[in-house]
Design a protein around this ligand. Structure first.
Ligand code: UDP
Length: 238
């Protein structure tokens, strides 16, 4: 039995609220159990030098946890983000670029900012999933302004993500903080809406993994991706 009574393959309730704030081109509040993340996508006419040469645009990711998002106050990072934040923001950026054809937005950059309002495990996978929806809303706004022919020109393979791990002896889907803090293995899987894999991040934090553990986790992870896909799909208009 899990700490919150869920079955091994049961997700926490996921609620997606588009347009939660009004200023950005795209905005989504994603409530994934007690993990709440505000994801915004902002379109600007600029692109990194190396992309200009290629005549492509760019999509970036950023990530932060608000001071009150954790059990004990998390200090603001100041000018230098912590290494965990840097790792997560790079994962978000890579994942979202994996969904995009950047040649559809030459000269433009879309910045996807993910700010954790409340953390209870799985903040990076909530950020990727919510960030993808915010990005698709921003792409719709580019279409409305005549800057992009259609959302699907930019977003060719929408992405989503799920966390899972081994807690005690059991492989379980969608770890909350209590489970995450005692997990033997922690794995994050980024995939496409139609069941393909974009990135795997897996770490043994207690005991080393057998190949069989990893095989089982991947099976469970793909099952998790398809569950998240069902929930996210209606919000991604490609
Ligand atoms: N956490 C925290 N303070 C921190 C970092 C993490 O309280 O500075 C908690 C938070 O609930 C987070 C969880 O630990 O969701 C798991 O963190 P991890 O680094 O595994 O990333 P996540 O699962 O959020 O993607």
């Amino acid at each position: 039995m899990r700490v919150d009574g869920r079955k091994f393959d049961e997700l926490r309730p996921i609620e997606i609220i588009p347009n939660w704030t009004e200023n950005p081109d795209g905005s989504v509040l994603i409530k994934w159990g007690r993990t709440w993340v505000l994801c915004t996508a902002s379109v600007e006419y600029r692109s990194p030098m190396w992309q200009k040469e290629k005549d492509e645009g760019w999509v970036t990711g950023d990530y932060g946890m608000l001071p009150g998002s954790t059990d004990t106050r998390k200090r603001r990072p100041g000018l230098k983000p912590d290494s965990r934040g840097t790792e997560i923001k790079r994962l978000i950026g890579r994942s979202l670029r994996g969904a995009c054809d950047l040649s559809a937005i030459p000269g433009w950059t879309i910045s996807v900012d993910c700010d954790v309002l409340q953390a209870d495990g799985g903040t990076r996978v909530a950020s990727i999933t919510g960030g993808m929806i915010a990005l698709s809303i921003a792409a719709e706004s580019m279409v409305e302004k005549g800057l992009l022919a259609s959302v699907s020109k930019l977003i060719t393979e929408p992405v989503i993500a799920i966390s899972l791990g081994i807690v005690g002896e059991d492989a379980v889907l969608d770890l909350n903080y209590k489970e995450d803090s005692t997990a033997e293995v922690d794995l994050n899987l980024v995939g496409t809406l139609n069941g393909k894999c974009i990135e795997v991040q897996g770490t043994s934090e207690g005991r080393a993994m057998e190949k069989e553990d990893l095989d089982n986790l991947l099976d469970l992870g793909f099952k998790g991706l398809s569950k998240v896909s069902e929930i996210a799909k209606p919000f991604i208009n490609v």
